[in-house]
Design a protein around this ligand. Sequence first.
Ligand code: GUN
Ligand code: ZN
Length: 432
Amino acid sequence: MDRKIIRARLLHFLREPQSPDDTGSFRYIEDGGLLIEDGLIRACDDFGRIDTTGTELIDHRPHLLMPGFIDTHLHFPQTQVIASWAAELLDWLNDYTFPEETRYSDPALCARMAGAFLDRLAEHGTTTAVAYASVHAASAEALFTAAHARNMRLITGKVMMDRNAPEALCDTAQSSYDDSKALIARWHGKGRLSYAITPRFAITSTPAQLDAAQALAVEHPDCYIQTHLSENHAEIALSCQLYPDALDYTDIYARYGLLGPKSLLGHAIHLSDREIGALTDAGAKPVFCPTSNLFLGSGLFDDAKLREAGLCNAIATDIGGGTSYSMLQTLAEGYKVLQLQRQRLHPFRAFHWITRGNAVALGMEGRIGTLDAGTEADFVILDARATPAMAQRMERARDLSDELFTLQVMGDDRAIVQTYIAGEPRKAARQG
Ligand code: GUN
Ligand code: ZN
């Protein structure tokens, strides 16, 4: 039996914090112990209350231990288009991203990049990811294989796209159905893996292909569905032109049965009140991608409006439109996006969002995003003094809230001391 105890300051959230003073929303243990057994958390308590006899002890004091971060939207084949110079979304896709994704027809490249991708996530503190693979079944296959070998919780799917892209990147309605179906049979529910039915967006799918996606969703209601919605004005106009019978962009997906509680909708920026109502009725999950929305100049996500309508918003990096793998940097940019709209993202809500909040959006709050006994042992060790600038700031920190806000605004991979996935350390020591 694999058993260990981690000693650190422990913090996790019990519910969404309602205000900066809502100290009842989290559990903080100044000298805590986490007992890990076979990839699960067996106990989370004051260190003095944990039975340590005969068990390996790892001492991470004075650092802060939190549940691992959850990234709900990013693209596996886009790690080498981060920082590509483009005017806006459709240029960026056509000029850089689609040509780059054609490289993933090569299974050897997919296997090499899958390992590198999961290494990048671990070194940035991300323990669960919801990723788009490329159109090639081999890319999803490689990512599932690599995640399974690390016992990492991962949701992915091969992209379905059968028009408005280079021929080398197009499947057909039938082949996308067949390939997705085979991947679901092979991987969905295996270990910690889940499948996401992944029509890229309305522009790159014919009506026949959205029919195929609907058939998959009906046949596999426990799979996730992921797509992009309302990121940019040119994208919205072209989508509505391609689906003239739909009331609006959201209605395209509604007509094909693609909106439900397991639907993750990347961006969701420029929505009408009717669309927000339709998403709320469906229980679909908008995904805020701040670094990407700023980088591509797509627009400002209206978190407060969507929340007031009853939606549960997720948050994500959107690599490679997004510019950082770090969920801390994602929070930093998210904070600024909300500031521009007179909305305030206080640190307790921010850290709830990238842990338990994203778990709730995935319907997985009983398994990840928490340190409760019986849940999966995915957690990060954080150092708010990781850089000289952070250490200098921290000299004047008064409390936990200041420490978290320092991590939220100034933190990145340097603040991640270690990342544990199913109880195993997965961040390699820094070279040089
Ligand atoms: N819309 C369709 N595909 C993509 C993509 O790869 N990235 C972003 N940001 N938006 C998209
Ligand atoms: Zn995306």
